[in-house]
Design a protein around this ligand. Sequence first.
Ligand SMILES: [Zn+2]
Length: 415
Amino acid sequence: MSYQVGQKTKEAFEKLIAIPEVKKGFDFIKEDSPNTLKDQLELVVIKAPTFQEENRAKAVAEKFRALGLEDVHLDEIWNAIGVYKGTGGAAPIVVEAHMDTVFPMETVIEPVMGDDGFIRCPGIGDNTSGTAALMGIIRAFKETGIKLKSDIYFVGTVREEGIGGFGGIEHFLNAHPEVSACVCLDGVQVGKITYQSTGMTTCEVTFYGIGGHAYGAFGLMANPLHAAARAVAKIADIVTPLVPKTTYCVSNFHAGNDAGVHAIVPEATIKINMRSNGQKELDELKEKVYAAIKAGAEEETARWGKDSITYKIHEYFNVPAGTLDRNDPIVEGIYTIMQYMGKDPIFNEGGPTDAAFPICRGIPAVCIGSGDIETHSHSAANERFPVAVMHQGPQAGFLLAILCGGIEGKFESII
Ligand SMILES: [Zn+2]
């Protein structure tokens, strides 16, 4: 079934792009690319593993300040926040990019410009490109003098990756429930639109027992490692629906140590990631996984009848599943922008992005890329970013922000 943008959005976009300052800002972003690239190269070398973003956040805040944003500050968890004041009359919007990376502190970060037009280094695309794009967008607003009705919160968020669980944007939205729309820039391809949230739970389960000698204590106690293994075997048999895509993975299994190779361990830990594009399906999966854990513990206890295996489940985070309508104005808006930019837009199915929390709270939000071609994000050896098309992410973000924020007397917000 082909996708159709409604007449209302088409007309709104034509009106928008006919405003001379808007077109000027759009063109300016391309000319300004060297400055955005400079920001990107300065930021990428400031290491920012998830939960260790403080230094990069300070640098981002410094850039916000230098560009004249108001009320620039870091919040309690180091989200870097600055406000581009509007004229009032509409609720604020957010333009954001996550600052954290999947690479640990010891990773060598040395950007190399290749003959093929790509810069290579860990984190250059995901998501230093999105973070630098924020600066390009701010400069376009300043250059053109465009003031939206809405204030724009520019936010460099923390805790997007891994067990960060989108905690940065979640924290920001908790503090700013008045936000009316969210434009997320992340280091994937321009032309791909994320308008859904893949729900996710990641947890750690530790099984406890007494522990003892592999020979001497045999038969006197249950083995927590065996209990964990029983649980894993049961989890491995769980069948999940293909639609909505629902997945699970036991991603970590840890017990014992080399010195204790002849010991019944006192504890064993597994980690599990569960995801679904449907909340109901995620809830059902979680129930089955937790039942498997319980059964693993009970069966191991019953096998020996000597002592009880206990267990504790620690949930690192829960991200809800949800979706916007494909014809939500913000989705139609970004689709139209992409087409204007010569793209053939693609909708992502689901999506673990910072747009997840706003989407699930009923706040119009999309996540768009700031690169163009596959950037091999999360690959320390291969991550790359195409310099020649780096203006496209900030251009799309700039236009979408105006579509959402409106201009007094000239342009009505589409949301
Ligand atoms: Zn990312």
